[in-house]
Design a protein around this ligand. Structure first.
Ligand code: NAP
Ligand code: HSE
Length: 432
């Protein structure tokens, strides 16, 4: 076709996501050209070891492990899918300084260095697009940048990490141990290079801060978010909460209060079975956004993996090559180099109800344990004996986080426990 424009792409990273991008733009090149009038050509691809054997859909002579080769190449855009915040930051800033637009899937980089990157893009008269950075193939950034612009967003919450959702699903339904499930997630390419970012909640916090910057104008580094991961979740708890009508999910939650302060949190959360997020299993991600005009909207789909993530990267490549990304980046005042930062609500001020589990020891029966739990100063919605699990569990009324943390000592003392009881927060009603 004569009216097809060739777009030269410098690919920084050719692993799980990068190889998916190459596969789509090359193997589907003709279909994409028919639909978009664009044909992407990978002119250079940066990897850490260019001598490694790979199955690539482009000429392997285009691989390099020297970043200088990428900087020197004549490209229309740089697609950064290498991960990390050191070399990736250099690659991204170098491109933007030279006026070359960037597409990235790197949430850690944007969460830590977003302002610097946006400012550099503006100085270079260019732009950055990052749909794949939050929840893989889901078009949640596009929803915030376009579909929801008429709204004042009041909450955004969801399952943002596929590795954790996969592990929790495999433990509960697949009979896998935590370690085996994590290993499978790594082998499938869902996990980060450092998987503690996944299981510790950091990756969810990175995504949440990017979304919260667009949704609320909050300018926060992922490291500042109150977070807990899934490492301490036991199969017993996953099973008990299902019997009580909940699913345990690692949720990222951002809420704008009436006083305009914004709270962000990342932790395992009990989601009632009646909520759609409870049904998202394995590598699915789900995001619920509340806007004051539209009400609730829900986005779901594959949150990780080579082709689903590459789908979002290629969508951005088309937006960049067609000029739409530049217009959006120039026009909207929602990138956090341009917004008046919203105030952050510290974690101690938050309120939840809490699931608490105490083990029934040989010394005391479950009726005694239940009575002891009820006799503490906490207000309980329910206290249940789960004899099949040698446990007594209670769910508190809604209370402040600081007060709850203090009363854990009281529970420990009242029941003569050797360590503080396990607890999991319950999804607050107001975000339902
Ligand atoms: P990956 O499989 O580990 O691939 C990383 C690629 O970058 C590899 O080709 C690697 O080279 C190259 N690379 C890494 N560090 C480098 C360095 N210092 N210098 C030169 N090349 C380097 O990672 P991935 O899963 O594709 O993830 C890439 C990015 O996408 C990350 O930011 C991640 O958070 C994000 N992301 C991933 C997913 C997913 O499902 N995997 C989903 C959404 C977003 P070698 O091939 O030689 O090792
Ligand atoms: N490690 C990430 C996850 C990749 O498991 O969700 C997608 O961002």
């Amino acid at each position: 076709m004569s009216d097809v424009k060739t777009v030269k792409v410098a690919l920084a990273g050719c692993g799980t996501v990068g190889s998916g991008v190459a596969e789509i733009v090359i193997n589907r090149g003709a279909a994409l050209a028919d639909r978009t009038g664009l044909r992407f050509e990978i002119v250079k691809a940066l990897v850490s070891d260019a001598s490694k054997k790979r199955d690539l859909p482009f000429d392997s002579s285009r691989l390099t492990d020297d970043p200088a080769d990428l900087n020197g190449v004549d490209a229309d855009m740089v697609v950064e899918v290498m991960g990390g915040t050191d070399r990736a930051r250099e690659v991204v800033l170098n491109a933007l300084k030279r006026g070359i637009p960037v597409v990235t899937a790197n949430k850690a980089l944007l969460s830590h260095c977003g302002v610097e990157i946006y400012e550099t893009a503006r100085k270079g008269n260019t732009c950055i697009a990052f749909e794949a950075s939050c929840a893989g193939g889901l078009p949640i950034i596009g929803a915030l940048l376009r579909g929801l612009q008429a709204n004042r967003n009041t909450s955004i919450m969801g399952i943002f990490n596929s590795t954790c959702n996969f592990i929790l699903t495999e433990m509960l339904s697949g009979g896998a141990t935590y370690d085996d499930a994590l290993r499978s997630a790594q082998q499938a390419g869902y996990a980060e290079a450092d998987p503690t970012l996944d299981v510790g909640g950091g990756d969810t916090a990175h995504k949440l801060t990017i979304l919260a910057s667009l949704a609320f104008g909050l300018n926060l580094d992922g490291d500042q978010v109150a977070m807990e991961g899934i490492q301490g979740i036991a199969l017993t708890d996953l099973q008990i909460v299902e019997e009580l009508g909940y699913s345990c999910k690692l949720l990222g939650m951002g809420r704008r209060r009436v006083d305009d302060r914004v709270s962000l949190s990342v932790h395992p959360t009990l989601v009632p079975h009646s909520q759609t997020l409870a049904g998202m299993s394995a590598t699915s991600s789900g995001v619920v956004v509340q806007g004051d005009v539209v009400g609730e909207t829900f986005y779901s789909g594959a949150g990780a993996g080579s082709l689903p993530t590459a789908s979002a990267v290629v969508a951005d490549m088309i937006e960049v090559a067609s000029g739409s990304a530049q217009k959006t980046f120039d026009q909207l005042r929602i990138y956090n180099d341009r917004t008046k930062p919203a105030a952050y609500l510290p974690s101690g001020d938050r309120t939840y109800s809490y699931y608490v589990r105490v083990p029934v020891s040989q010394k005391s029966d479950s009726a005694t344990c239940s009575d002891q739990l009820r006799s503490t100063s906490l207000n309980w919605q329910q206290v249940e004996s789960m004899s099949a699990h040698d446990s007594v569990v209670g769910i508190t009324e809604v209370m402040g986080e600081s007060a709850f943390q203090k009363s854990l000592d009281e529970v420990r003392e009242a029941l003569s426990l050797s360590e503080p009881p396990k607890f999991i927060r319950v999804l607050p009603q107001e975000t339902n």
